[in-house]
Design a protein around this ligand. Structure first.
Ligand code: KG4
Ligand code: ZN
Length: 349
C-alpha cells in the first residue's frame, strides 16, 4: 500500500510517500523559517499562504523522486491536527481533494501520533507497552503507549513547552528564530556556570514547567550585561543542562512508574544531541531500550505523516468526504489500531 503523506500543521510543508511493504519511498520538505524570521515567530496567515504555494509542487517532486505517478497511490494521509487552523486546512483540503479525484481513501492524522511513530521509519518494531517523551515547539508530554493508537497521558507541560523554552531563551541570547538548534550549537562552546533550577523535579508527578527557567535566564543575562560570547555560551550550556536533566529525571520516573521496557523520544527537541546522550546513558543504567527518529525526522516532516497514515489506513481508518481539521485534539481520543494483518515492521508485544 503506497500512501502520500502531507504535513502542514505549522511552518513546514512536508510531503512523502510511504509504502507498507517497502518503507519510505521519497520525502521532501520546505521550511518557512526564512519567511517568519523577521517576525520572531510563526505568522499564521503567512504560513497558510506559503503552504498553498508549496504543496502541489512538492507532491509532484515526491512522485517524480519515487518514479511513480498519482495513479500508483493507494491512499492519502494529511495532518488533521493539532496545529494552526489555516495551515491545517491547506493540507487537509489538498489531501482530501486528491484522494477524492483518484478514488482512493484518505485519512486525517494526529500530528503527535505521527511524531511518536517516527522511529518506525528506520529500525525494527516498537515493542508495546512503551513510554514516549514528546518534546516539540508546542508540546512537552510523557505518554504511555499500551498498543499502537492507544495513548495515556502521564505528564504534560503546565506552561511553556520544551521547544518554546529553547526558542525564547535563544531569543534572550540574541539568536535568530527558531533558536533551539542554534542555542544547542552555542552551548557546545560553554560551561555550566549557572545553577538554573530543574523545575518540578523536587516533588512527585510527571508534569513539566519551563517558563520559570526562561525568567532565570533573563535575570542572569540582565546581571551580566554586556554579555560577551563566552558568557552567552555559558548561559546556553547551563540552560540546556537544566532542561536536559529535568526531562531525563521525569523520563526515569515514568519508566519506573510504568515498568515499560522502551522509551521513545520524538519531536523537534528530540534532535538535541545533549539530550540524546543523556537519555542513552540513563537507558543503559536503567536497563531499558531507547529509540529516536533520526534528527531530521524529529522535527516536522511529511514522512512521519505518511507512515502514521499508512498504519491508520491499514487498520481501517477512513475520512469521509468532509474536510475536517482539529486545531486542538487530545491524543487520548484516538482509537487503538487493530489490524487484520499486523504489519511486522510496526508492532511487537
Ligand atoms: O516538532 P517540531 O519541528 O515542531 C512542532 O511540532 O512544534 O519542533 C520544533 C521545536 C522548536 O522549538 C525548535 O527550536 C526545537 O524543536 N528544536 C530543538 C533542536 N532542534 C529543534 N531544540 C533543542 N535542540 C535542538 N537541536
Ligand atoms: Zn511537530
Amino acid at each position: 500500500m503506497r500512501v502520500l503523506g502531507i504535513e502542514s500543521s505549522c511552518d513546514e510543508t512536508g510531503v512523502a510517500l510511504y509504502c507498507l511493504q517497502d518503507g519510505l519511498l521519497a520525502h521532501r520538505l520546505h521550511s518557512q523559517i526564512a519567511l517568519h524570521a523577521a517576525y520572531g515567530g510563526v505568522v499564521p496567515e503567512l504560513a497558510s499562504r506559503d503552504h498553498i504555494q508549496r504543496l502541489l509542487p512538492l507532491v509532484r517532486e515526491v512522485l517524480a523522486d519515487a518514479g511513480l505517478t498519482r495513479s500508483d497511490l493507494d491512499g492519502v494521509a494529511y495532518t488533521a491536527g493539532p496545529g494552526l487552523v489555516g495551515a491545517l486546512m491547506v493540507g487537509a483540503a489538498a489531501g482530501r481533494a486528491l484522494a477524492w479525484a483518484l478514488d482512493i481513501p484518505a485519512v486525517g492524522v494526529h500530528h503527535l501520533e505521527a511524531h511518536l511513530l517516527a522511529p518506525l521509519l528506520e529500525g525494527g518494531p516498537l515493542t508495546t507497552p512503551f513510554v514516549a517523551l514528546l518534546v516539540s515547539g508546542g508540546h512537552s508530554m510523557l505518554i504511555e503507549v499500551t498498543e499502537l493508537g492507544s495513548y495515556r497521558l502521564l505528564g504534560d507541560t503546565l506552561d511553556d513547552a520544551a521547544g518554546e523554552a529553547f526558542d525564547k531563551t535563544a531569543k534572550l541570547l540574541g539568536l535568530p528564530y527558531p533558536g533551539g538548534a542554534a542555542l544547542a550549537a552555542l552551548a557546545t562552546h560553554g560551561q555550566a556556570t549557572h545553577s538554573f533550577s530543574r523545575p518540578l523535579t523536587d516533588r512527585p508527578g510527571l508534569d513539566f514547567s519551563f517558563s520559570g527557567l526562561k525568567t532565570q535566564v533573563a535575570l542572569a543575562v540582565q546581571r551580566q550585561q554586556p554579555l560577551d560570547d563566552a558568557a552567552r555560551a555559558n548561559v546556553a550550556r547551563s540552560f540546556e543542562d537544566a532542561v536536559t536533566e529535568t526531562l531525563a529525571i521525569k523520563c526515569r520516573r515514568a519508566m519506573q512508574q510504568t515498568g515499560a521496557g522502551l522509551l521513545v523520544v520524538a519531536g523537534g527537541v528530540g534532535a538535541n544531541r545533549h539530550l540524546r546522550e543523556r537519555l542513552a546513558a540513563d537507558a543503559d543504567s536503567g536497563g531499558w531500550q531507547l529509540r529516536f527518529p533520526r534528527p531530521d525526522f524529529c522535527t516536522d516532516n511529511g514522512a512521519m505523516v505518511a507512515l502514521a497514515g499508512a498504519l491508520r489506513l491499514a487498520a481501517g481508518g477512513r475520512q469521509d468526504l468532509a474536510i475536517d481539521v482539529r486545531p486542538r485534539w487530545d491524543l487520548s481520543e484516538l482509537a487503538p489500531m487493530h489490524f487484520a494483518h499486523p504489519p511486522a515492521f510496526a508492532c511487537a508485544a
